[in-house]
Design a protein around this ligand. Sequence first.
Ligand SMILES: [Zn+2]
Length: 83
Amino acid sequence: MSEQPSTAPASQPWPEGVIARYLTAAGATVDLKADETKPHHIDSAECTGCGFQIGWGSEHYARQDAQTHAERCRALPKPEAQQ
Ligand SMILES: [Zn+2]
């Protein structure tokens, strides 16, 4: 068995705390992180393409913002650092 690293966001494990991930038009993601102290709220959200951020707030509205941003954002995700 050989391990083939994949760059597809959908096949990568999600970072800890991420409860929702939206794929942007360019293949980056908008990651929503839960606020563990308050149900149905997010701690923050960030686009891995352009750095767009959503601050603390209702998960419901954060999901809408993330969805809207993901549909419009065309910034490519930053490549992994060379090893
Ligand atoms: Zn973006």
